[in-house]
Design a protein around this ligand. Structure first.
Ligand code: CDP
Length: 253
């Protein structure tokens, strides 16, 4: 069998050339990194969970008309996605203060924000993905004003969808990051959600206990990351079927 051409290898995923033009195979690795890859580990099974969880969220978003790159899952670790031209921004939506926002503004973690706040970071690992304003984005031509309107509306739709899905299984969506990409249809171009949506890029807290069920478990050494992601998948009915609840049983089910 011909070896697939690797297009890009990132911290948590590898991208291969897809079977048809305009498609890409997205492979989810087990590698976990934090603090701009200063902290690293291999968490067996994380890639399988994120592949399934991202499929679940992207499929749901597609069903409510939020355009995204997902085409189909290929196997345990791979999914076929549309090739896009990535906009070099990390789009962060926050419902509760946490992480860098808490540090930057001195707001206690877990404080509910007056409304969802959308932030933009310039996607550049060497610079540590710095926070930028719409002025930088416009001046450096990373996205047009029309793009920014579309990005804001996509981000808020993803937020409403994810918040609702999570609330239904007793989980608070504290914040998350998305990336968007451009697709071209002749002269026409539009933006769709790309990359992944998984507990690697969200903060998810149990509503009852406050227990963290996201990558902060790894960043802050709070326990077993795989157990936390498995719990999210189990509550959402994603997989694996035989997963046991975490030690602290929930009221859901
Ligand atoms: O998480 P961290 O303290 O590094 O940064 P943050 O700005 O507080 O992150 C907000 C949200 O975006 C969290 O859910 C992060 O997991 C996510 N994020 C991400 O997925 N990738 C990044 N490069 C930065 C943030």
């Amino acid at each position: 069998m011909a070896r697939r051409k690797k297009i890009y290898e990132g911290k948590a995923k590898i991208l291969y050339e897809g079977p048809e033009p305009g498609t890409i195979v997205q492979y989810f690795k087990d590698d976990a990194t934090a603090f701009n890859a200063e902290k690293k580990a291999v968490i067996e099974g994380k890639g399988v969970l994120n592949n399934r969880l991202s499929e679940f969220f992207m499929t749901g978003l597609g069903q409510i008309g939020v355009p995204n790159h997902f085409i189909k899952r290929l196997n345990m670790r791979e999914q076929l996605v549309r090739q896009v031209e990535i906009v070099p921004l990390e789009i962060i939506v926050r419902n509760y203060a946490a992480g860098t926002m808490s540090k930057r503004l001195g707001i206690e973690e877990g404080t509910q924000l007056p409304r969802p706040i959308v932030e933009y970071c310039y996607k550049d690992d060497a610079l540590g993905d710095p926070l930028v304003t719409e002025e930088h984005i416009a001046a450096f031509g990373w996205a047009s004003q029309q793009d920014m309107d579309d990005i804001l509306s996509l981000a808020l739709r993803v937020n409403d969808f994810l918040s609702g899905v999570m609330m239904a299984v007793g989980i608070r969506l504290v914040d998350f990051k998305i990336e968007v990409g451009r697709i071209f249809d002749g002269d026409f171009q539009r933006l769709i959600i790309a990359d992944e949506i998984s507990p690697d890029s969200c903060r998810l807290w149990d509503i009852e206990t406050g227990q963290k069920l996201d990558k902060d478990v790894f960043r802050r050494d709070l326990g077993d990351l795989k157990d936390a992601y498995t719990e999210v998948a189990r509550r959402l009915g994603v997989m694996p079927k035989n997963a046991q609840p975490m030690t602290k049983p929930t009221l859901i089910n």
